[in-house]
Design a binder for this molecule. Structure first.
Ligand code: MN
Length: 150
């Protein structure tokens, strides 16, 4: 783990994205970035382990319970990415990035196959789960009914 993959994919002489370094901030922030790349998707990121754990969600995070959305895990991003928005030029991830939502979360449960957390954002609030599927990078993001802990 770390940012090797993130940094190897990018040319920091041309992209405005932060190079970054792992950093423990003591905070638990999340961000959803609407990314108009070759295919529009929503990057869902949670501040964990000194980086932003990241999933690309093609249809966007669900705002109502019991809607399952595919989230493809992508490389860890630096903490500084939490407020990044702008235009990524020609190259990896080229396109416009806008912040769709941001806020904090409380981690309820975590193991290798599942994360449960409570989001406090502008658009997204309440209990959510990310559950790993049999496909290595594919997870399911869903909003749980209130009070459903796991
Ligand atoms: Mn993206």
């Amino acid at each position: 783990m770390g940012l090797e993959e993130y940094q190897a994919k990018r040319d920091f002489g041309s992209t405005p994205e932060p190079k970054g370094a792992p950093a423990e901030t003591g905070q638990s922030r999340f961000v959803v970035q609407e990314h108009h790349a070759r295919n529009l998707h929503y990057d869902f990121r949670l501040e964990l382990d000194g980086v932003l754990k990241s999933w690309a969600v093609p249809k966007g995070p669900p705002e109502e319970p019991n809607i399952r959305r595919l989230g493809v895990q992508v490389e860890d991003h630096p903490i500084e990415y939490v407020d990044f928005h702008g235009v990524i030029p020609e190259g990896y991830g080229a396109g416009t990035v806008e912040i769709w939502d941001s806020g904090t979360f409380e981690l309820v449960f975590r193991d290798e196959k599942k994360l449960v957390f409570v989001l406090s954002g502008q658009r997204l609030t309440g209990h959510y789960s990310l559950v790993k599927t049999a496909q290595p990078k594919n997870w399911i993001l869903l909003k749980s009914k209130e009070g459903a802990a796991k």
